[in-house]
Design a protein around this ligand. Structure first.
Ligand code: CA
Length: 411
């Protein structure tokens, strides 16, 4: 495919990608856009030019605060919208080419949270991450709990504090135990961490009482984003028994602004790790269900250059999205458009592929050296954490842009 619009070969937003997002210009009206190279295509304007005339849907879904109503049209519409834009961008006679005002430079807009997240679920699906945590806090010879290889462990997170890339996060306060077997003190967290994750957005409702099979899961997944699940390790350590994380996680999670569709990721499917013991029948699946997505995390101290502290890959995930969705709904729990399901921290085998400072600094025992700005065991005030992700297959590049947020001093 060769677009007539100029796209840098290293751009995340190639003709093969065309992710969806919500943007506004100075007039503040939020609209649905597709990213191409350095630009955004205003889909509301493209609709008015007749690009989608053969698809029957209401134009109002393209002038909206979130993608939810657009996504809810269903893949029979949304997939075609993306394909029509793709063919217009490769057609020298396209009506888009004669209407340059449909294209808006990304540097001139504000990006907004792409979806209104109803429910947020966070899994714990990287075997390397779960093993590292189990080794640090329990028993190195028995790092995984007995259930881990039988089901994708997860918990229900907090949706209200999910923010889009570019917004800052305040250091949280809470109960922290400073000495073993001592009562807690109330203070600012001194162990604020990132978690390198990806998340998928639900694109289709399911009804209460029904389950979604691993085979049908793709129909329910609209697309994926990068996700930084901010965590306060000292608060977490005290509060998480017996019901799991609570305030240590709910203060903020940052997501990237562009939702990359499952269709754009199709060329990057790869086999996942073999699963032993064999999973229960409802978790078995056919075909390649992992995705080869290069991931990296950088820390940029105030007024310093950044240091990349982790190189990981989404393909390392032990439990894939189809299994996560099948497990999530096997009890009859229903899905809603806009629900967000995060992978859990994505760590690889090598220490430079660990997806959190907790692992990179091995619970603060091995400080991470930065190019500028000293060393880090955890994240300091005014550090900016940057996550990036992209797939590359020969000349085909499909990327997620980035998710950037700065940690501010506690309020
Ligand atoms: Ca997490």
């Amino acid at each position: 495919m060769q677009p007539w619009i100029k796209v840098d070969k290293n751009s995340d937003f190639s003709i093969y990608n065309l992710p969806f997002g919500i943007f506004s210009e100075s007039n503040q009206i939020k609209r649905v856009g597709i990213a191409i190279g350095e630009n955004i295509i205003d889909l509301h304007a493209a609709y008015k030019l007749g690009v989608f005339k053969d698809l029957k849907f209401d134009i109002s879904v393209l002038k909206s605060n979130h993608l939810n109503d657009f996504i809810a049209l269903g893949k029979h519409i949304t997939v075609k919208v993306r394909e029509l834009i793709q063919s217009e961008l490769c057609d020298e006679n396209s009506v888009l080419k004669s209407h340059p005002s449909v294209f808006i430079n990304q540097l001139t807009v504000t990006m907004h949270l792409p979806v209104k997240v109803g429910d947020y679920t966070d899994f714990y699906s990287s075997i390397e991450h779960a093993t590292n945590i189990g080794t640090m806090f329990r028993d190195p010879d028995n790092a995984l709990l007995p259930n881990w290889k039988y089901l994708p462990v997860g918990y229900h997170g907090r949706a209200s504090s999910i923010i889009v890339s570019g917004n800052d996060v305040y250091r949280p306060k809470g109960q922290v135990v400073l000495e073993p077997n001592s009562p807690p003190t109330f203070q600012v967290s001194t162990r604020v961490d990132f978690e390198l994750e990806m998340a998928f957005i639900i694109g289709k409702n399911s009804s209460l009482g029904n389950s979604v099979s691993t085979n049908d899961a793709d129909d329910y997944i609209f697309g994926k984003v990068l996700f930084n699940d901010w965590s306060a390790r000292d608060i977490q350590k005290w509060e998480y028994v017996p019901l799991g994380p609570f305030l240590a996680k709910s203060f903020a999670s940052s997501m990237s602004a562009w939702v990359v569709t499952l269709e754009a990721l199709e060329p990057f499917k790869v086999d996942g790790p073999s699963q032993e013991p064999v999973v229960l029948p409802y978790l078995s699946y056919k075909g390649s269900r992992n995705y080869d997505i290069n991931l990296e995390v950088a820390i940029q101290p105030e007024s310093c250059i950044e240091t990349i502290v982790s190189h990981s890959n989404f393909k390392y995930m032990y439990w894939n999205m189809n299994q996560q969705l099948a497990h999530h709904t096997v009890n009859g729990c229903n899905l809603n458009v806009g629900d967000l399901m995060a992978s859990g921290t994505i760590s690889g085998k090598n220490p430079n592929s660990y997806g959190s400072m907790l692992e990179l600094s091995w619970a603060g025992t091995k400080p991470v050296e930065l190019i500028e700005g000293g060393t880090r065991k955890f994240i300091k005030d005014d550090d900016t954490v940057i996550m990036r992700g992209y797939c590359q297959n020969g000349k085909i590049r499909v990327g997620f842009g980035n998710v950037i947020s700065k940690l501010l001093k506690a309020k």
